[in-house]
Design a binder for this molecule. Sequence first.
Ligand SMILES: *Cc1c(COP(=O)(O)O)cnc(C)c1O
Length: 476
Amino acid sequence: MLGERSLGRLIRDKGRKGRRGYTLPKPDVDKTDLEQVLPQKSLRKEKPGLPEVDEPTAIRHYTNLSRKNWGIDTNFYPLGSCTMKHNPRANEAAAAVPGFASLHPLQPEKGAQGALRVMHELQGFLSEVSGLPAVSLQPMAGAQGELTSILMVKRYFEDAGDEGRTTVLVPSTAHGTNPATASMADFKSVEVGLDEHGCVDVDELRALVDETTAALMITNPNTCGVYERNIAKIAEVLHEKGAFLYMDGANMNANLGRMRPADAAVDIMHFNLHKTFSTPHGGGGPGSGAIACSEVLAPFRPDPVVEKEGELYRFVCPEKTIGRMSTFHGNFGVVLKAWNYIKMHGPELRDVTDMAVLNANYVRARLRGAYRIPYDELCKHEVVVQPPKGKKALDIAKGLIDHGYHPPTVYFPLVVKEAMLIEPTETESKETLDDFVGAMLELAESGQEELEEAPTQAPTRRLDETRAARQLKARW
Ligand SMILES: *Cc1c(COP(=O)(O)O)cnc(C)c1O
């Protein structure tokens, strides 16, 4: 809609008849000849109504539009659950190296040994980070990594002749993609409640798990930013009944080098390479939802995986594969950036996690008092807060826009009323966090009327969100 209006403005306000921003050579085809060759219905009857402007005006118009775009390079972007971290430019440069960027997916293995080596090494790195022996880089997004994992679990039970496994358990804090994954894989998704720390209620879980349970999908730390301290116990409850523990690893920014899912007896997990290991995201991609799993589930991985035979890297089809999850080999550019990011950090990868946890807890400590903190204990990489009584998360979020910040995630997780999920990430300085906290504290004190006015400094005022959802116009 912005496009339509702004183009309209360019034509109406800036356009002058006959003004040109380009020079084209004279056509070397006769107009009457063309009219004979082209089908009548394809011939334009009227002029297209394009803006008639000079080149600087056109360039300024689009440059100004681009500056209305918000991004991680514009300012602080504490969007909870999304890990909007700085992505080193060196990794973008690596992904743009022509030998990689121009590689054709059907290139014979022998001519793509460098790329296969990167994939093989990343499989190894992710194995080391997770403690799980087998990896697949094929899923194109976190949600597809979830689906891949749950389909593998399903195939495992089919292969074992265990036909009664019809349910997947999902905690009430879960990201919406978790129950959606369970349904897409044709399981019934059953919700598990929380204890007073915002963690999975182990007693409730014990009552729910039986021989119909295929898996529990757990996020750790969970979407309240709280570490699931009972995860080993949870694994035990599931394993006793022959079910699997799947971990949604989108929050691995809080675990790197500190917690290996395999040590908590996780059987299978997905990574969000685009959240944890450097790829700019938002707006829909590209991403990678690489998975890691135990020996038992390894034969069910998507086809193909990369193995090394002698000196040669090869694509190999796992023995009982679920098939392909994408046409070729996943988003190779994202794989390359993750490889580079891990190589850059080396053994210091755990600093990422330490700083992410420190930053989130700093924000928590500084907001305490002005904001309500439902789980006011050591959090991991993100923290949930609630506005002061009588104020709305939406109004504070809009107010933050006037202070120059992208608002945190609001109204998620669903289990916390008026939730604001703040994820400062590890790449932000103390000064940035202090400025952000300053804005939050000021907004907590602001009058209601003033808050409801916000944003006044943004290119658009408050949008009609109901209409935007019901009559979405994504193009013009
Ligand atoms: C982002 C996220 C996902 C989904 O990842 P996509 O790449 O967006 O599909 C799943 N679970 C959690 C907890 C997430 O934060």
